[in-house]
Design a protein around this ligand. Structure first.
Ligand code: SF4
Length: 610
C-alpha cells in the first residue's frame, strides 16, 4: 500500500543484470539507449562508452533482426576488451527468435507483450471468443517458455516492456486503449514467469501521455500486490521530445512515481544524443531519493480519494481560480515584465510594492498595502489570518503550511469562500506535506481552491535542475487532481519569463492546461530512418505558433503510429529516405520522398487549418 505522505521505496525483488543488479536495496539505476545501427560495432561501442562515461548503468540497443541480435556478441566483446563491464540490453519487437538469439549475448532482453507473439496493432476492431482468447494465451506461453529457459541458462534478465501505443488487437478487443488493458498485457506475461519461478524479470509500462503512464503503473503495482508479485519497475515516458519540454514531461511522469517510492531503474527518453539523458535521469533520481528517512508526516488520507483512479478535487471557483477552470500560473515580480504570447502568468505577486501596472494583468500584493485597486488582490500570511474578514476583496490568498493550527484555518476557510489557499512546504518531503494539507481540507469538507507554491534556489546555469525539480514536485499533485494552480518561485537569476514558461510547461505535461504546440517525438534508436533532430527543428520552427496542436515525429513505424496515436498529425519514417504522413490515426501520404516530406506536412496542416 503506497503511503501518500511519507517517502519509502516500494519493496521489490532483486534482479540480476550482469554485474549491476537492480531492485531490492540496490540504488535506482539510470540507463539510456544507443541510436546508431546495431550492426555497426565500432559506432555502437563508441556510443555505449559515451553513455557509460556519463553515468549510464545499462546500455540498450535495438535488435530488429537476428543479424543485429547476433552482433551484440561483437559489441559486448569489444566493450569488455576495452574494460567496460556495463550490462547490455537488447530491445526486441515482433520476433521471438530475435529475443532468443539476443539472450545469449546480452545481460538483459526487452520484449514487448504487444507484439512478441501477437502481430502488431492494426487499429481494426477485432472480436475474440473466450476460446480464441484462451488459445492466444496458450500461444504466448508456448513462445515464452523457450526464452525463459535460455535466459536461465545464460543468466539473462528479461524486461517485459509494455508500450501504450503497441497494445495488441487482442488486448484492445477486450480492454480497449485503457490503463487496465496495459496492465493486463503485462500481467499475462508475468503470470507465466511466476508459474515458471523465473525471477529475473523487470517490468516497464510506458506512454507518451504522463497521466496514462502514471495511472497504469499505479494500477500494475496494485495488481502485482494482489497476485503476490514484487518485480522491480523500469520507468520512462516515451516520445517525451527534446529540450526543456522533454525534460519537464519526463520529470512529471517519472517524478510522480519515484516520489511514491515506485521505480528501480529510470530512462529519460529525449530526442537528443543518448548520453544527454543520463544527467537528467541522475538528477531526478537523486532529487527524490535524498528525502529518504525524513521526519514523519502524520496525516490521514481523505476517504473519497482514490489513488488508483484519481479525479480532480471538487473546488468552488474563486474568480479565475478553481472550479472547473484550468489551473492558474503565478510568479513573483514587479508587474511590468515581458512574457511570450500565451505564457503570461495569470497573477504576478509584487509583495509590498504596488504593481507597475500592465494591461489586463492581475496582481497579488501583501494585504498590508492592499488598497482595493482594480485587478489587485491581497495575500495574507498564516499569522494574519484573523484579519481576513476585515479586508474587502473578491479574491483573497492565504498562505498555509501543513501542521499549523488546522482547527483555526479550517474554521476560517469555512466562512471565507473567497479565499484561495497557497500551499507551501519547507519539509524534506514537500509532496507529502502538500498532499497532507489538501487531504486535511478534503476531510473537513472545505472546498476552497489550492495553489501549490514551489520555491527553489537556482542560478540561470541551473535552470534545467529547477525544471526537473519543479516538474517532479508537481507530478503526483497534478495526477492526484489536487491542484488549482502553480506558483513557481526562485531565489536566483532565472528570468520570470522562464519561470512562467516552466510553470505552463509543467501544467501542459500533465495535460491540465495547453499553451504550446505539443511535439511527441521519439528518442531515436538504431531503427531511425532519417535525421531526427534536424527534422524536429524544422517542424518546430514552422509550427510552434500552433497552440494546442499535437505533432508526432517518429523515427520508424515500429512504435511510431501507435505511440503518437493521440497526435493530430504524424511524420513517420517508412523506409530509407521515405516518410509517411498521418492525420490522426489515418495514413494520408505513404512513402513520400524525405526531401519533400516536411513541406507536405506543413501544407497538410495549413490546408486543414483553413
Ligand atoms: S519510433 Fe522507431 S526509431 Fe523511434 S525510438 Fe521507437 S523504434 Fe526507434
Amino acid at each position: 500500500m503506497t503511503d501518500l505522505f511519507n517517502y519509502r521505496r516500494r519493496a521489490s525483488s532483486e534482479v540480476h543484470v550482469g554485474d549491476t543488479p537492480m531492485g531490492a536495496d540496490h540504488p535506482i539505476r539510470v540507463q539510456s539507449m544507443a541510436t546508431v545501427s546495431t550492426n555497426d560495432t565500432e559506432a555502437s561501442v563508441e556510443q555505449a562508452i559515451r553513455i557509460i562515461e556519463a553515468g549510464g548503468e545499462y546500455v540498450r540497443f535495438t535488435t530488429q533482426g537476428t543479424r543485429e541480435a547476433d552482433n551484440m556478441r561483437n559489441i559486448s566483446a569489444l566493450l569488455r576488451e576495452k574494460g567496460y563491464t556495463t550490462p547490455l540490453v537488447a530491445d526486441v519487437h515482433f520476433n521471438a527468435r530475435v529475443a532468443e538469439v539476443a539472450a545469449q549475448w546480452c545481460e538483459k532482453v526487452r520484449i514487448n507483450p504487444g507484439n512478441y507473439v501477437d502481430p502488431g496493432r492494426t487499429f481494426k476492431h477485432m472480436e475474440y471468443t473466450d476460446e480464441e482468447y484462451a488459445q492466444e494465451l496458450q500461444k504466448i506461453e508456448a513462445r515464452l517458455l523457450p526464452l525463459l529457459s535460455l535466459c536461465r541458462e545464460h543468466h539473462t534478465a528479461l524486461r517485459i516492456g509494455v508500450n501504450h501505443g503497441s497494445l495488441s488487437d487482442r488486448i484492445m478487443s477486450r480492454y480497449g486503449d485503457t490503463p487496465a488493458g496495459i496492465v493486463e498485457s503485462c500481467m499475462e506475461f508475468l503470470r507465466i514467469c511466476k508459474r515458471e519461478q523465473f525471477g529475473d524479470v523487470v517490468i516497464s509500462i510506458k506512454a507518451s501521455n504522463t497521466v496514462v503512464m502514471v495511472h497504469s503503473v499505479r494500477l500494475l503495482v496494485a495488481e502485482m500486490e494482489r497476485e503476490g508479485m514484487c518485480y522491480p519497475l523500469h520507468l520512462g515516458v516515451t516520445e517525451a521530445g527534446e529540450g526543456e519540454d522533454g525534460r519537464i514531461k519526463s520529470a512529471v511522469g517519472i517524478g510522480a512515481l519515484l516520489a511514491d517510492g515506485i521505480g528501480d531503474t529510470v530512462r529519460v527518453s529525449l530526442s537528443e544524443a543518448p548520453e544527454n539523458e543520463i544527467p537528467v535521469a541522475r538528477h531526478l533520481v537523486d532529487y527524490i531519493t535524498q528525502r529518504a528517512d525524513h521526519t514523519v508526516i502524520p496525516a490521514q488520507a481523505a476517504p473519497e480519494f482514490d489513488y488508483l483512479h484519481p479525479e480532480r478535487r471538487s473546488t468552488a471557483a474563486v474568480g479565475l481560480v478553481g472550479g472547473s477552470q484550468v489551473p492558474v500560473v503565478i510568479v513573483s515580480g514587479q508587474g511590468n515584465e515581458v512574457f511570450d504570447n500565451d505564457q503570461r502568468p495569470d497573477f504576478i505577486y509584487t509583495g509590498n510594492q504596488q504593481p507597475k501596472v500592465s494591461d489586463g494583468q492581475q496582481y497579488i500584493v501583501d494585504f498590508s498595502i492592499y488598497d482595493g485597486a482594480p485587478n489587485t488582490y491581497p495575500i495574507f500570511p498564516h499569522a494574519a489570518m484573523p484579519l481576513i474578514g476585515s479586508v474587502a476583496a473578491p479574491i483573497k490568498f492565504l498562505v498555509l503550511e501543513y501542521g499549523v493550527c488546522p482547527d483555526d484555518y479550517l474554521a476560517c476557510l469555512k466562512v471565507h469562500p473567497e479565499v484561495v489557499v497557497v500551499c507551501v512546504s519547507r519539509h524534506a518531503n514537500r509532496l507529502g506535506e502538500q498532499r497532507a494539507l489538501v487531504h486535511e481540507m478534503m476531510r473537513a469538507g472545505v472546498t476552497n481552491p489550492v495553489v501549490m507554491c514551489q520555491a527553489y534556489n537556482h542560478s540561470i546555469q541551473e535552470k534545467g535542475d529547477l525544471q526537473i525539480e519543479a516538474a517532479a514536485d508537481m507530478g503526483a499533485l497534478m495526477i492526484d487532481g489536487l491542484t488549482d494552480g502553480l506558483w513557481l518561485m526562485n531565489n536566483g537569476n532565472i528570468s520570470l519569463a522562464d519561470l512562467a514558461s516552466t510553470a505552463f510547461g509543467i501544467l501542459q505535461a500533465a495535460r491540465l492546461r495547453t499553451t504550446k504546440t505539443e511535439y511527441i517525438s521519439c528518442p531515436g534508436c538504431g531503427r531511425t530512418l532519417y535525421d531526427l533532430q534536424a527534422t524536429i527543428a524544422r517542424i518546430k520552427a514552422a509550427t510552434s505558433h500552433l497552440k494546442g496542436l499535437k505533432i508526432g515525429i517518429m523515427g520508424c513505424i515500429v512504435n511510431g503510429p501507435g505511440e503518437m496515436a493521440d497526435a493530430d498529425y504524424g511524420y513517420v519514417g517508412a523506409g530509407p529516405g521515405r516518410i509517411s504522413l498521418y492525420r490522426r490515426k489515418e495514413c494520408v501520404e505513404r512513402n513520400i520522398p524525405e526531401s519533400e516530406a516536411v513541406e507536405k506536412l506543413l501544407q497538410l496542416i495549413k490546408t486543414d487549418q483553413g
